[in-house]
Design a protein around this ligand. Sequence first.
Ligand code: A2P
Length: 418
Amino acid sequence: MNAPLPVEVLKQHLIDPEICIRCNTCEETCPVDAITHDSNNYVVDPEICNGCMACVPPCPTGSIDNWRLVVRAEAYSVQDQLGWEELPQEKPLPLDAAAGGEGGQATPAPQAEAGPAQAAAVTAATPGAAVPPWSAAHPYVNLYTHKTPITATVVGNYRVTGADTESDIHHIVLDFGEQPFPVLEGQSIGILPPGVDAQGRPHHARQYSLASPRDGERAGYNNLSLTVKRVTQDHGGAAAHGVCSNYLCDLAKNDTVQVIGPFGHTFLMPNHPQANLIMICTGTGSAPMRAMTERSRRLIGTADIGKLMLFFGARTERELPYFGPLMKLPRDFIDINLALSREPGQPKRYVQDLIRERAAHVRGLLADRNTCIYVCGLKGMEVGVLDALRDVVVQSGEDWSILHDVLRREGRLHFETY
Ligand code: A2P
C-alpha cells in the first residue's frame, strides 16, 4: 500500500553547446524531427526523440553524443536546453531509481547502444555513408574548442572569381606556425568571428571545409586554405550580411583569426592505390574537391593513383572558383565536367545533367569497388544528384537501391550540403 510510485528513468539525449558548431546536420538527419534550434543552441526534444541514433554518426564534432540519466518527469525541456551555455552536471537519481528496482528500472529510453535493427534505420535515414572509406587515414577532431581556440595568421587572401561578377569568392590561407593542427582532405574547421550577436553573446563558430591537402596549402608548411563566399543575401534572395564570411573576406595579410576544430570523420578520401574519386560540387562546395585533387596531384609519380572525375556547377565560368588553375590540370589526370547554369549563349546545365550525359563513364567507375563519390555544395542538388546516379545505374539494368546501400555501407558515398 505504501510502496513508492514507480520512477521512470530516461536516458536523455543532449547536445553539448560548447562543442556544437551549429552546422544543422543533426536537424536535417533526424528522421522524427526531434531536433530544433534557435540562434543560441541546437537541442533535442525529449518528448519526440526515440534514440534511433541516426543523428550521431553524421555529426562532425561528436557534440551530439551526450546522454544524461534523468527522471523522465524531470527531463530537460527544449526551453531549458535553448538557454544553456554548457551541459549540466550529472544529477544523482533518486535512490529507488538508481537502484534499478521495480520503479527505477523502467526505460533507459534512447538506445545509445543501437542494435542491428536500429543500425539499419540509421543507414536508411541519410543518403550518404556514416563511415569513411576503409582506407582513409585516421582524422583528428576537436583538438581546439570554443573554450580553447587556436590563433592562426592570415598569409593570403584573394578573390578566385571574376571581379565583375556577383559571386565574391575568396581563397584564404591560414598559417598555424609551430602549433599542431593536423588535418585531412574533406575535414572542416570552425572560425570564431569577433564581436557579439544580437543578444550580446559571442558569435558561434562558422564551419568551412578545407580547400588544401593534408600537407598544407603550400606543401610542407603548417598552413591550410578555405574557400569563402561573401554572403550578401539569404537563401530567399533578401539582403543579408554574413557575419563570418564578410569578416573572412575582408581580412588582410598578418591579421589573426581564432580557429576551432578540426571536424569531420567520414567525408575523407581513400588512401589505397587505384582508388577512384567521383567529385560532384557547386560553388564553394569545390573546397574539399580541390583538397582531394591536390592531394592526388602531389602523389603523381610516387603512388598508383586511380581516376578522378569532377562535376562542377557554377553560374558562369567567371563565377566558378579556381577556374584558371583547374583548367590547367592535365586531362589524363582529371576528367573535368563543368555545368554552367547562366553562361550567355549556352543552355542552362546542372551537375546532374552532366552526370547523365557521361552515364557510360560514371557507370564504369561505379562498377569498380575502388570508387568513392563525394557531393558538396547546395542542398538543392542532393536529390538531383541521387536521381541522376539512380538513372545511370538503372539504365544498365542494375538495382540502384542495392548499390546505394553498398555505397553507404562501404563508406563510398558522401554528402556535405548546406
Ligand atoms: P542557378 O543558376 O540555377 O542558381 P551558386 O552560385 O548560387 O552558389 O550556385 C552554384 C550553381 O549551382 C549554380 O550554377 C546554380 O544554378 C546551381 N544550382 C542551383 N540549384 C541547383 C540544384 N538544385 N541542383 C544543381 N545545381 C543547382
